[in-house]
Design a protein around this ligand. Structure first.
Ligand SMILES: [Zn+2]
Length: 312
């Protein structure tokens, strides 16, 4: 695509990427051969955030054993390696593993083993589900803290911002920080700027999405001055209907306001995207220059939680 020559070859980093959301319809067929192609197509054809959450849950329910998770990790890591992604922080929905009443440790060991075989340097983020509440989130934070030094670098919350307000998780974030974890949070994706302020009060060092910051000039200044990046995923925001169209995505305005930006795929399997494609869209739909995108590529390494992320 015009202006983007060379971005395939460029070493890149992914900081907001869900393991379970990397499952493509084709991989779903392998994982659950009993499900018809038609049903899978239907499940992946969501148009709203609620529909997306349903699809995500449906996929995760079909990851039945550590080997299923390992297969998903293997395919994702192959894809990242092909795109010249050198470093990735991959989120595991540990909260959903607990909800399924599966043991987390064997699943973690299975995916961590896959990562050790990959050319991609991988660190893990464990994610709790906001609307499952604080007690649930604490169990996830405990699992994450147990694996500090063994590949897990951070803890975060995702899910429904309205039904799981950040205030619930103050003690959980304190615990996670004391346990040596870095902190992130999905916020300002489906809820407004106040949800981002609340995530910052928890101590979040990066914000997942955070696009509603565009509605609050004081927040934009705060993010810029405190050097707090937004993990932006353009295709995700369009697919879940939280923005109307690619062209109206606030990425350009957030960048112009001086907010640090990292580009990501979020759930590449569900949104039919790749990291390269996100860069292509920023160039073709939102007018980013090669120089600007080069800076954003650098941000992927600059804002990594692991010291060992390196710089190409
Ligand atoms: Zn996400």
């Amino acid at each position: 695509m015009a202006g983007m020559a060379g971005f395939h070859e460029r070493p890149k980093a992914e900081l907001h990427l869900h393991l379970e959301g990397s499952v493509t319809p084709e991989l779903m067929r392998e994982l659950a051969p009993e499900v018809s192609a038609e049903e899978i197509r239907g499940r992946f054809a969501f148009r709203t955030f609620a529909g997306f959450l349903e699809c995500y849950k449906w996929i995760v329910e079909r990851l039945r054993c550590p080997e299923d998770y390992a297969l998903v990790a293997r395919r994702l890591l192959d894809s990242l390696a092909q795109q010249n992604v050198r470093y990735a922080e991959i989120t595991i929905s540990a909260g959903v593993v607990l909800w399924k009443k599966q043991e987390f440790a064997p699943i973690y060991h299975a995916v961590h083993r896959e990562a050790a075989r990959s050319t991609v340097t991988v660190r893990w983020n464990l994610d709790a589900i906001r609307h499952f509440g604080a007690e649930h989130a604490m169990r996830v934070a405990e699992l994450a803290a147990e694996q500090v030094g063994n590949g897990v670098v951070s803890f975060g919350i995702g899910g429904d911002e309205e039904r799981g307000p950040a205030e619930w998780f103050t003690d959980v974030y304190k615990f996670a920080k004391a346990g040596g974890l870095r902190l992130t949070a999905h916020a300002g994706e489906t809820a407004g700027a106040e949800s981002i302020w609340a995530a910052l009060r928890l101590g979040a060092e990066r914000i997942g999405h955070g696009i509603r910051a565009i509605d609050d000039a004081a927040l934009l200044r705060h993010l810029r001055d405190q050097n707090i990046p937004l993990e932006i995923s353009v295709s995700s925001n369009v697919a879940t209907g939280v923005v109307d169209s690619l062209r109206t995505h606030p990425l350009r305005r957030l960048y112009d306001a001086g907010v640090p930006i990292v580009l990501n795929t979020d759930d590449p399997g569900l949104f039919n995207t790749t990291l390269e494609r996100e860069y292509d869209l920023a160039a073709s739909e939102l007018g980013f220059s090669e120089t600007e995108l080069t800076q954003i590529v650098g941000n992927g390494f600059r804002y990594a939680f692991a010291d060992s992320a390196g710089r190409p």
